[in-house]
Design a protein around this ligand. Structure first.
Ligand SMILES: Cc1cc2nc3c(=O)[nH]c(=O)nc-3n(C[C@H](O)[C@H](O)[C@H](O)COP(=O)(O)OP(=O)(O)OC[C@H]3O[C@@H](n4cnc5c(N)ncnc54)[C@H](O)[C@@H]3O)c2cc1C
Length: 482
């Protein structure tokens, strides 16, 4: 690069985008060709398609198919660079983003315009301690952990000799009957009833108990009544116990306590999954404090109609971490459209157009959810679809929103192979990390390896059986309470 080019670049308008998810990537893409330098900073090196995480957790897809490298996604856009770093602070007055590189090194990113699209995380309704017993799905690591726990549970049921122990391993509870909970429960049923039965010798996986619970009176709360009814009926036909008006009140490594219409009940279940609440990224509160703004109960930052912070025309926030006056849902379409809107607005300003922009307006293209292989519900601008037709529509929409033709074709291939024909699950790699120690009680050794982890380092803090402070499991377990 010549000195003149370097000087020109240094004087160019700098846009920093925090987060390379749906909102951040769309904002960067809308800045294609704009006379600005864009830096996307993300704590992961990939752009994650969260709607298909449950398929990684149940062995249908490999992680790479739904999480292409951010650098690759942006490689053709020469005014964008990507950085792997975690943003910890933002100085709105000095206009600098403070981040930490993977080795802990401090990185300062000065900006002229800032876009924050840091998404959301799980919310455990005041019980953060439940996270170790009922992990949620927000990242590739979460999905891998769940895959290890789900498949590991069957492995441990196979070696258990006590029927009550087997039952505890073969009881799965999904908390939250929104789209993620419904999709995951559907796939748990597919695994138990169609994929695994012929592979085990000591257990009948068809006897696995799958419970889906929600405090709301219906599954898929945002969907039309007709689709809710269809979904509940289909889930029940798949052998899933759907418990509505029921909330989790307690949890430990071995069980979950729930309160429903029939009172309180302890369900012995070693595998629990959290698909209930979400909480905006902590950066939302940080921005609110720094700018005198507000956050709602879910920690979402209130933004102006043009998605900028009040009194800060140079700072925008989009996606799951913001709340707008029309209370939009936390879905990918909202984040993508907001990202595109902000990218275009910054481009217009870079071109000298300083007029007040029209407020952001969301175009609702509809909502969809699968209930298992070959069944889905879809609500597309008022038209309702169920069953096979809904499923084909769901497949089409989701595959088209994946980034890269290789990933789209790879995903289609896996779907045809796993969901349609052989009920094949090609991505089920897990391994035992605790080794057998002869000096130990054999039962304890089994307990230590209770949740085999995938070929990643064993993380005891995430393992309910070995987490510090977790009570030792009872030796003789009562039969699962009903
Ligand atoms: C399991 C699951 C299933 C879903 N299914 C659907 C669905 O079927 N349909 C639908 O429309 N929506 C679905 N959603 C919701 C959808 O994925 C979100 O609405 C969307 O991802 C929001 O986009 P975003 O850009 O706001 O955040 P995200 O896409 O979450 O991106 C945020 C990015 O910011 C990065 N980041 C966060 N904090 C920092 C930091 N401090 N420093 C650096 N980087 C940071 C993250 O690594 C991430 O890459 C689902 C979500 C989940 C979790």
């Amino acid at each position: 690069m010549s000195t003149a080019e370097r000087d020109e670049r240094q004087s160019r308008h700098k846009v920093v985008i925090v987060g390379g998810g749906f909102g951040g990537v769309r904002a960067a893409q809308a800045l294609r060709g704009a006379d600005v330098d864009v830096t996307i900073v993300d704590r992961t090196n990939h752009h994650l398609f969260q709607p298909l995480l449950y398929q990684v957790a149940t062995g249908i897809l490999s992680p790479g198919l739904i999480a292409p490298a951010l650098r690759r996604v942006m490689k053709k856009q020469s005014n964008v660079r990507t950085l792997l770093a975690e943003v910890g602070d933002i100085d709105l007055d000095a206009k600098v983003v403070h981040a930490a590189a993977p080795d802990g090194k401090h990185i300062d990113l000065p900006y002229d315009t800032l876009v924050v699209a840091a998404g959301a995380t799980h919310a455990y309704f005041g019980h953060p301690e439940w996270a170790e017993h009922a992990p949620g799905m927000k990242s590739i690591e979460d999905a891998r952990l769940l895959r290890s726990r789900i498949l590991g549970a069957y492995e441990l049921a196979e070696v258990a000799t006590d029927p009550a122990e087997q039952e505890a391993w073969m009881t799965f509870v999904v908390v939250g009957a929104g789209p993620t909970g419904v999709e995951l429960a559907g796939q748990l049923s597919e695994l138990a009833r169609h994929v695994l039965p012929r592979e085990y010798r000591a257990i009948d996986t068809r006897k696995a108990r799958i419970i889906l619970l929600d405090a709301a009176p219906a599954v898929l709360p945002p969907f039309a009544k007709k689709l809710q009814k269809y979904t509940k009926k289909t889930l029940e036909e798949k052998g899933i116990e759907v418990r509505l008006n029921t909330m989790a009140t307690g949890m430990d490594a071995d069980s979950i306590t729930v309160k429903g219409p029939n009172g309180e009940e302890r369900i012995v279940a070693r595998t629990k999954v959290w698909a209930a609440g979400v909480q905006a990224s902590p950066l939302a509160e940080l921005l609110a404090k720094a700018s005198g703004g507000e956050v709602d109960r879910a920690g979402r930052l209130a933004v102006d109609p043009d998605l900028s912070l009040p009194e800060r025309r140079d700072v925008f926030a989009v996606g799951d971490m913001v709340s707008t006056i029309d209370r939009l849902p936390g879905v990918a379409q909202v984040a993508m459209q907001q990202g595109t809107y902000v990218g275009k607005l910054i481009t217009a300003r870079a071109n000298g157009d300083d007029t007040t922009p029209a407020p952001f307006k969301y175009f609702d293209k509809g909502s969809m959810a699968t209930i298992g292989a070959r069944e889905a519900v879809a609500d597309v601008r008022g038209a309702k679809f169920t069953g096979w037709l809904g499923y084909v529509m769901w497949c089409y929409v989701h595959v088209m929103f994946l980034i890269g033709w290789g990933n789209r074709l790879g995903t289609l291939y896996n779907w045809v192979r796993s969901l349609r024909y052989a009920r094949y699950r090609g991505h089920r790699l897990i391994s035992v990390t605790a080794s057998y120690d002869k000096s130990e009680d054999p039962h304890e050794a089994a307990v230590k390896s209770a949740h085999p982890q995938e070929n990643v380092e064993h993380r005891p803090e995430l393992d309910p059986r070995t987490a510090p402070g977790t009570p030792a499991p009872p030796q003789d377990k009562p039969a699962a309470s009903a």
